[in-house]
Structures are given as structure tokens and as C-alpha cells.
Design a protein around this ligand. Structure first.
Ligand code: PMP
Length: 386
């Protein structure tokens, strides 16, 4: 299966804008150390697996029926989880879920984007954002982050005023850089958005999406944008069970927003989009959120140790550059030939990611043993010195 082959062959009436496009293709290779797609390296515990098996068995007895279309039980469980995780209490009608936060964000663009409208984000950022825009037939504009990958509030506000987008996507912590946004920056973007009227409709400000896929990994003292939901009906905070929760295989993403915004997503979702099995798995995992959250501390510590180790290595006599990270990965560089380093690591059995600005590479945080293997391989492959 060649994920890099284009889909345009000329024999199908493919949309012209898709002719040269290729499918999303982070390599899925069978190597010993997988550190390329920011997964949680720890599989679910036996207790979590047992709860999943119990709830899925229960759901299986009813699979002749369509699932609960509104999944209010799952939404209530997600609200309870967020209340503990971030201290913000929301009602179940303010939560929404889909098959991964990728699907949540596509639904956002289906509802709030569309022909003649524009999505704005700030690069370097998550590579799927322009693809959601394309799939929802929405224009795409990438503003710039600063040299250190932060977002300058005044420059961001000026870009919002200039571009007049219908949707603004802010990843915090950002992928692939790991950069979290201070709430003041999100507020500056919300203020700028409040001065834009989408399609000239009075009071219809752009939707601001803060993508907190890696939110649980943020360092102490970095608040969640959930704190800004009250008073901002056009704000959506997107989360996922794929990362901190260690449930990437279950495909569950969700968002928190005003009831009005969630109701708009209910219009565009496909009927019964969240299967009964998915709902059962998610609710079973959420029963164990305390245990799962306890693990995050060690991943954070491993992240900080990895960043510090990288900062202490010399490449051609100069210290490696390492981006500050509030997530479960670290972006580092710069290599004259990053592809050669990526390939050399793969030859050593360590799969990392060739992503971000030229010269940089990204490593996801694995187990302590995996990080030892990563570090030893990187020293050999890139010729690092202490
Ligand atoms: N947002 C960001 C910033 C991501 O990095 C990812 C996954 N790589 C996602 C969203 C989507 O994750 P999922 O669909 O698994 O929830």
C-alpha cells in the first residue's frame, strides 16, 4: 500500500482540488521503538481492559439497535472528568464527541466553514488543519508563529482583523512544537474575533477553537482555555482520549463549548456517528480516569528529562535547539540533513517524525527504556557530543 501515490488518475471525476493530494500518511512501520505519532506508550491496565470488556459485552447484546444518537451518558462522564482535570464545571449539553478530535474539528468546519469562508491558524502547526479546510471546502490561511514558536497576541489579533476568518484554530499545546498559549493570548484572539462579523452578520463572530489534544500534559500553572468558556459562546475547546488517556485505538475525541455551538454540530453529524461500542469503551476508560491521570506525571517528567538531555548535547560544537514543550513530545534540531538522521534512527529501530520547520525532528515521549534506546541511537546517528 503506497500512501504517497496521488489519487488523480484522470479516469474518475475527482474534485480538481484533490487531484494531486495524497492520503494522511505518518508511516506505520513494524519497528521496536515507536515514537512518531504522540501515542501514550503504556497500554491500558488489566483493570481498564476488564471494564472495557464488561461494558462492550453489555453493549453487544443491543447491537441490533442503533446507538444512542445523543450519547448523553458519555457526555455527562466527560463533563465530570473535565471538572476534575481542569476545575471547570460544565453541563453534559456543553460536551460533544466524535471518532477522534479530527472528526470533531471536521464537524466544526462543516458547520462554520464552507465556500466563501476562511479558516485561520498559525504555522507551524498541526498538518491536518489545512486538510479539514479542504474537505469542508473552506479557504485556508496560515499566519505565522514567532521564531520561538510562541504566538504574539498583538500580531495574532492583527492577523484576525486582516483575514476576517469564520473559524480560528489554535493548537495549545501546539503540534509539532509543544508550545502552550497563555490565556491572555487566547483572550486577545477572542477580542479580535469579537470585532469581526462573519458574512457581515451582526454579532456573528468567528468561532475560536482551542485544540487541547495534549492539554493534560501542560506544565503546572498553565491554565486550560476551558476557563474562558463562560461568556464566550463562540469558543470551543477540543480534547481527545487518544493521548493522555492512552486510548488512541478507540477513536474518541470531544469538545466543550456553549450549548448553542454544540447544537450546531448536531446538525452536521452523520446519524449515529458514535457507535455503541465506542461509547462503551470511552465510558469504561473514564471510570478509571484517576489511575490514567496518575500516569501523566511520569510522562511529563520523562518529557522534561528528554528535553534537558537534548539541550545538553552538542551538534557540530553547538548545543541542539529544543522547543519548550507542554505536551508529550519534543521538537529538536536543527540538522543539516534531517531526513538522513530520521532514516538513520529508523535503521536503529527507532521511528521518530520528520515534521515541523526544515531541520527539526520530533520525538514522542515513550517509556524510560524506549527513551534510553532513542538517546543512544541519536548519539550514534547524529554524532552528538556532550
Ligand atoms: N489535534 C492535534 C494537535 C493532534 O496532534 C492530533 C493527533 N495527532 C489531533 C488533534 C487528533 O487526534 P485524534 O483524532 O486522535 O483525537
Amino acid at each position: 500500500h503506497d500512501a504517497t501515490r496521488g489519487t488523480g488518475g484522470g479516469r474518475l471525476p475527482l474534485r480538481a482540488d484533490l487531484a494531486d493530494e495524497v492520503p494522511y500518511g505518518a508511516p506505520q512501520l513494524d519497528v521496536p521503538v515507536l515514537l512518531n505519532v504522540n501515542e501514550n506508550p503504556y497500554p491500558p491496565s488489566d483493570a481498564v481492559v476488564a471494564s472495557i470488556a464488561r461494558r462492550v459485552t453489555q453493549a453487544a447484546h443491543g447491537l441490533n439497535r442503533y446507538p444512542d444518537r445523543e450519547f448523553l451518558d458519555l457526555r455527562a462522564d466527560l463533563a465530570d472528568y473535565l471538572a476534575v482535570e481542569s476545575g471547570v464545571r460544565l453541563g453534559p449539553e456543553q460536551l460533544w464527541a466524535a471518532n477522534g478530535s479530527n472528526e470533531v474539528m471536521l464537524q466544526l468546519l462543516q458547520a462554520f466553514g464552507g465556500p466563501g469562508r476562511t479558516v485561520l491558524s498559525f504555522a507551524p502547526t498541526y498538518s491536518m488543519y489545512p486538510e479539514y479546510a479542504r474537505d469542508a471546502m473552506t479557504g485556508w490561511v496560515a499566519g505565522r508563529r514567532e521564531e520561538d514558536f510562541t504566538l504574539d497576541p498583538d500580531r495574532a489579533a492583527a492577523t484576525v482583523a486582516e483575514v476576517r476568518p469564520a473559524v480560528i484554530l489554535l493548537a495549545s499545546p501546539n503540534n509539532p512544537t509543544g508550545t502552550a498559549l497563555p490565556l491572555a493570548t487566547v483572550e486577545a484572539v477572542l477580542d479580535a474575533a469579537a470585532r469581526v462579523e462573519v458574512d457581515g452578520a451582526a454579532g456573528a463572530s468567528p468561532v475560536v477553537v482551542v485544540d487541547e489534544a495534549y492539554g493534560e500534559f501542560r506544565r503546572r500553572g498553565v491554565p486550560s482555555a476551558l476557563e474562558l468558556l463562560a461568556g464566550h459562546p463562540n469558543l470551543a475547546v477540543s480534547r481527545t482520549m487518544s493521548k493522555a488517556f492512552g486510548m488512541a485505538g478507540a477513536r474518541v475525541g470531544y469538545l466543550a463549548a456553549s450549548r448553542e455551538l454544540v447544537d450546531a454540530l448536531r446538525v452536521v453529524r452523520l446519524p449515529y456517528h458514535l457507535s455503541a461500542v465506542t461509547q462503551a469503551v470511552a465510558r469504561a476508560a473514564l471510570e478509571h480516569s484517576d489511575e490514567l491521570m496518575a500516569q501523566i506525571g511520569s510522562l511529563r517528567a520523562e518529557r522534561d528529562a528528554t528535553a534537558e538531555w537534548l539541550r545538553g548535547r552538542l551538534l557540530d560544537g553547538r548545543p541542539l535547539e529544543v522547543a519548550d514543550s507542554d505536551s508529550n513530545f519534543v521538537l529538536f534540531g536543527r540538522f543539516a540533513d534531517r531526513h538522513a538522521v530520521w532514516q538513520g534512527m529508523l535503521d536503529e529501530g527507532v521511528l521518530i517524525r520528520e515534521v515541523g520547520p526544515e531541520g527539526w525532528l520530533r520525538v514522542s515521549v515513550g517509556t524510560p527504556q524506549e527513551m534510553e534506546t532513542f538517546k543512544a541511537a541519536l548519539v550514534r546517528v547524529a554524532g552528538l557530543e556532550e
